[in-house]
Design a protein around this ligand. Structure first.
Ligand code: NCD
Length: 306
C-alpha cells in the first residue's frame, strides 16, 4: 500500500509496488475516465525552489486530471524562503494546507528533511545533484511501454553522469531488474559518483565506463542522453569546455540498433541534434507524456484513492 507514503529516493518503493504503479499508469493511459474524479477536493502543493517545466507542469496536469487542485510557487524569490524562512517551517505550512507536497530544491537531502516535518506525503521532484525518483518512474514506464518489459537490456547513460540526478536515480532503480547491463559514457570529469557505481556492483549489475559514444552505440538497447548540468558547476570555464563533449546526431544514430530507444529527461540543450527528433527511435517527447500518467498513478496511490 502506498497510501500516505513519501517518495524521496528510488528504493523507497519495492519492485512490486513500482510495477503496480505502472499497471495503474497504463490503465489510465488506456482509459481517460479511469480515476477521473478520484482526487476531487484534494490539494497538491508544488514547492519549486529550482526551475522546472515538465516536472511541475506534469504534476499539476496529473492532479487536475484526477479532479484535484494545485497551489504553490515556481520561483523561490516569491516565497518566504527569500525572507530567510527555513525549509522545515515552509513545509509545515504547506502540509497544513495541502494533502500532498511535491518539492524541488537545489540542496541534496532537502526532500528527506522536508518529509520529516510533513504530516502529508512528500514527493521528491529533484534534490540538487542527488535524486529525482519521479523522473525514474517516467523513464521506467517509458522503457516498459516501448520494450514490453524491463529486463535483458543494455542501457547506456551519456553526458553529465556526475551531477545528473536523473541518471543516479534511474541507474539505482535499474539494478533491481533482471539482466540489465549499464554502459556509462562521459568525460573523465563527469563520471558517475562512486556511491551509484557501488550500488550497481553490489547488485551484480555488469557496468562499464567509456569515453567513446560511437563505440558503445551498437550494443545499446536504451540510450539515456543528458544535459551537462550548468547550474552545478563551480566555474563557467569547465562548463564551456565540457558542454558539447557528446552530441548525438544522425551519424551516430546510424550505428545504433534498429529497435534502440533514445531517452532524455529534457530539457535538451545541444546534446541531441534536432535532426534526431524525426528518427522513430527518438522517444524523449513520448517519455514526457508518460511522465504525466506515472504521476497520476503516483498521486492517486499516495492519496489512497486508487
Ligand atoms: C531534469 C532535472 O531537473 O534533473 N529535468 C527533468 O526533471 N525533466 C534533467 C535536467 O534538468 O537536465
Amino acid at each position: 500500500m502506498l497510501k500516505g507514503r513519501s517518495l524521496i529516493e528510488p528504493g523507497d518503493f519495492s519492485l512490486e509496488e513500482t510495477e503496480a504503479l505502472f499497471d495503474l499508469a497504463e490503465k489510465i493511459e488506456a482509459d481517460e475516465n479511469h480515476l477521473r474524479e478520484s482526487c476531487r477536493g484534494r490539494l497538491l502543493a508544488t514547492l519549486f525552489f529550482e526551475p522546472s517545466t515538465r516536472t511541475r507542469l506534469s504534476f499539476e496536469a496529473a492532479m487536475l486530471r484526477l479532479g484535484g487542485n494545485c497551489l504553490g510557487f515556481a520561483d523561490p524569490g516569491s516565497s518566504s524562503a527569500s525572507k530567510g524562512e527555513s525549509l522545515a517551517d515552509t513545509v509545515r505550512m504547506a502540509a497544513s494546507y495541502a494533502d500532498v507536497i511535491v518539492m524541488r530544491s537545489p540542496k541534496e537531502g532537502a526532500a528527506l528533511l522536508a518529509s520529516r516535518y510533513s504530516g502529508v506525503p512528500v514527493l521528491n521532484a529533484g534534490d540538487g545533484g542527488h535524486h529525482h525518483p519521479t523522473q525514474t518512474l517516467t523513464d521506467l514506464l517509458t522503457i516498459r511501454r516501448l520494450r514490453g518489459e524491463i529486463r535483458d537490456l543494455t542501457v547506456g547513460f551519456c553526458g553529465d553522469l556526475k551531477f545528473g540526478r536523473t541518471v543516479h536515480s534511474l541507474a539505482k532503480a535499474l539494478a533491481g531488474y533482471k539482466n540489465v547491463r549499464v554502459v556509462c559514457v562521459s568525460p573523465e570529469e563527469l563520471v558517475i559518483p562512486e556511491y551509484i557505481a557501488m550500488a550497481l556492483k553490489k547488485r551484480n549489475v555488469e557496468f562499464v565506463e567509456t569515453r567513446n559514444l560511437e563505440e558503445a552505440m551498437p550494443e545499446l538497447d536504451v540510450l539515456y542522453m543528458t544535459r551537462v548540468q550548468k547550474e552545478r558547476f563551480f566555474n563557467e570555464e569547465d562548463y564551456i569546455r565540457l558542454k558539447d563533449a557528446f552530441v548525438l546526431n544522425a551519424e551516430k544514430m546510424a550505428l545504433g540498433k534498429s529497435d534502440l530507444v533514445v531517452l532524455h529527461p529534457l530539457p535538451r540543450v545541444n546534446e541531441i541534434a534536432v535532426e534526431v527528433d524525426s528518427d522513430p527511435r527518438a522517444a524523449y517527447f513520448k517519455q514526457a507524456k508518460y511522465g504525466m500518467y506515472a504521476r497520476m498513478a503516483l498521486l492517486s496511490s499516495v492519496l489512497g484513492v486508487a
